[in-house]
Write a protein that binds this ligand. Structure first.
Ligand SMILES: *Cc1c(COP(=O)(O)O)cnc(C)c1O
Length: 461
């Protein structure tokens, strides 16, 4: 048995995979909130460079990765695929479990896969500074690192609860040269409006996005960068799944189940989309399971609606599973999963039955994280423990069925900068947070007026 399956550097994929090309049901267009008409691509120009807008709208199946980005990828890619032999043993499982380990990147997660690409395209178009939001700090760190690589300034709005929980993340971002502000902040209208209502607001990704977008719109040589959700972000992440396909083939294995945590959907998409291609063509029966926290259950308790990507309503309206853009999830430690909506592409695929979704409680996830640390020696990011917890469930189910399934999951990041979270868990300070459907309904009522004519009538769910 091979423990680590390494793909040689010269076999690293040179193109990203764009799933839109293979979707029978194409994603619905983003809408202009003022007119509820499809958004003109130019409307995105104040915040995104042209190359990324083109990728956002592209229907090309494969898109070349620029040489400059490939060169940066080679610092940590191809990432290893591990056989989870320790976990298999701990669970007494006779099937196979593999994990793709994205924690080997300089910032400790999959996020540099898109951060490097985004920094590159912005630099090419003469941009000097990028603004962004960050939850747990993983995205901010990735973008800070990418900006350092391409000599750009970086301004990060960090969700207040994480700013307090994860001081080392801020220091890491500062080390890469970024300026970091706790959000809501006094630096923007969006931040000041929230603080006026509640000076001790825990913040949310939605609010932090509003702040970062507001800052990008104000300055000509500044653009905004989003770490998840958008089509081009998911596109950049597909290098994860493209590598994994080659690595599984090297080990003569085929995935029966693919599992990944879902915050906005980028690491899930990154691993799953290249495999989904075969499923959509009807040549595979692989199951795809996206795992979200019970405290932020957009896929399992939210609804498919047009909604804003941010809290203040600065972004276009996007068709997605959402809890409503004013929904503020509990301050759980998996900060990267505290987002009210899911990407348009993942939402469409869930709606069309190509993927499944599960919600898991915080305590179950940390318990799984600790089992995994003991069994495999890697301390997973709190986000990634959601995938591990689901893998354990899949193993239990496979045992009941007497099946020997091959389960592949994304270990999207390591947890070395999240040790306070593990500490809180070990000290019994963490609790579970479920969301009741009336709270979700209340939040969704507020976005009723943004649904175009007939949209709700035509929905059958
Ligand atoms: C950001 C993050 C996630 C969630 O974001 P996606 O866009 O859904 O991938 C998951 N795991 C880690 C380690 C992260 O940093």
């Amino acid at each position: 048995m091979t423990k680590k399956i390494y793909l040689p550097e010269n076999e690293m994929p040179k193109q990203w995979y764009n799933i839109v090309a293979d979707m029978a049901q194409k994603p619905l267009p983003p809408l202009d909130p003022k007119t509820l008409e499809p958004l003109a691509p130019e409307a995105l120009e104040p915040i995104l460079p042209k190359a990324l807008i083109a990728q956002e709208m592209s229907q090309e199946r494969y898109i070349d990765i620029p040489d400059e980005v490939l060169e940066k990828y080679r610092v940590y890619r191809p990432s290893p695929l591990f056989r989870a032999s320790g976990l298999e043993k701990a669970l007494g499982y006779s099937g196979k479990i593999y994990y793709k380990y994205e924690g080997v990147s300089p910032s400790g997660s999959h996020k540099p896969n898109t951060a490097l690409a985004q920094a590159y395209y912005n630099k090419e178009e003469g941009i000097k500074k990028l603004t962004t939001e960050t939850g747990a700090g993983q995205w901010g760190t990735a973008l800070a690192y990418a900006c350092a690589q391409f000599d750009l300034e970086c301004e990060v709005y960090m969700v207040n609860v994480s700013f307090k929980q994860k001081p080392y993340r801020k220091i890491l971002m500062n080390t890469f040269g970024a300026n970091v502000y706790a959000s809501p902040s006094q630096r923007t209208q969006a931040g000041r409006a929230v603080l006026e209502d509640d000076p001790n607001h825990t913040g949310s990704l939605g609010i932090a996005i509003s702040e970062a977008v507001e800052r990008a719109v104000q300055e000509n040589d500044t653009k905004y960068s989003l770490g998840s959700v958008l089509n081009h972000v998911l596109l950049h992440q597909t290098i994860i799944g493209l590598e994994t396909q080659k690595q599984l083939a090297m080990d003569n294995a085929q995935a029966d189940v693919i599992v990944a945590p879902l915050g906005g959907g980028s690491n899930f998409a990154g691993l799953a989309f290249p495999f989904l291609k075969e499923k959509m063509q009807g040549t595979s029966n692989t199951r795809f399971v996206a795992v979200e926290p019970s405290s932020c259950p957009k896929l399992t308790q939210g609804k498919f609606r047009y909604d804003f990507g941010d809290n203040q309503g600065y972004t276009p309206l996007m068709p997605m599973y959402t809890l409503g853009h004013n929904f503020v999830p509990a301050g759980i430690h998996a900060g990267g999963l505290r987002y009210h909506g899911a990407s348009v592409l993942c939402s469409q695929l869930l709606k069309d039955g190509f993927i499944e979704a599960k919600a898991i409680d915080q305590l179950t996830c940390f318990e799984a994280g600790i089992l995994f640390a003991k069994a495999e020696g890697i301390v997973a990011a709190p986000e990634s423990t959601h995938a591990i917890a689901q893998v354990i469930r899949e193993v239990e189910q496979a045992k009941i069925e007497g099946a020997q399934k091959t389960i592949v999951f994304n270990l999207s990041g390591h947890g070395f900068v999240d040790m306070a979270a593990y500490g809180d868990y070990l000290d019994n300070k963490l609790t579970n947070h479920r969301v009741d459907n009336t709270a979700v309904q209340k939040s969704l009522d507020k976005i009723k007026r943004y649904q175009p004519d007939n949209f709700l009538k035509e929905l059958t769910y």
